[in-house]
Design a protein around this ligand. Structure first.
Ligand code: HEC
Length: 131
């Protein structure tokens, strides 16, 4: 009990800080699991194919996410995941002629990816990764 209670309070505090309006509902995954650097680079390339280098979009149909806080990015990704936010299909950034939406994108993400991506687009720097 002595150890458990502070741990529980701390865990609740972290959830509240990351997703203030959505206690308890987040992307699946485990934020204790370190993110692979290679996987993170692959995801960043995917995001940047639409959102532009560093998230500084120059497209009219895609908002800039450069400098947005990691908490806001996580919260937006959660909203797309739970269909609480409309996710229009837009031309995918790979030039292959396909279309994709943020709902397609978040289906391939786990919570620890989303937090690492939030860090990257907020700060412009890669967080510490497992490889
Ligand atoms: C196919 C193009 C495309 C790709 C790839 C893509 N996005 Fe998006 N993203 C969009 C569009 C379009 C919107 C705006 C949706 C709307 O609200 O109308 C958006 C919105 C967002 C928002 C909300 C921004 C705001 O200001 O509200 C975040 C955060 C975001 N994307 C993060 C990401 C991340 C992280 C990745 C990579 C894992 C990614 N996106 C990949 C097209 C894309």
């Amino acid at each position: 009990m002595n150890l458990l209670l502070p741990t529980m309070i701390c865990a609740a505090g972290m959830l509240a800080a990351a997703a203030p309006a959505r206690a308890g509902q987040s992307l699946p995954g485990d934020e204790g699991v370190p993110v692979s650097g290679k996987e993170l680079q692959r995801l960043v390339r995917l995001c940047e194919s639409c959102h532009g280098p560093g998230g500084a979009s120059s497209r009219d149909d895609v908002p800039a996410i450069a400098g947005k806080s990691a908490a806001d990015i996580l919260s937006a990704l959660e909203q797309f995941y739970y269909f609480e936010r409309h996710c229009p299909d837009v031309p995918s950034g790979d030039g292959a002629g396909g279309r994709m939406s943020m709902c397609d994108i978040v289906n391939g993400l786990v919570r620890q990816d989303a937090m690492a991506l939030g860090h990257y687009f907020e700060t412009g720097k890669f967080p510490q990764t497992s490889d």
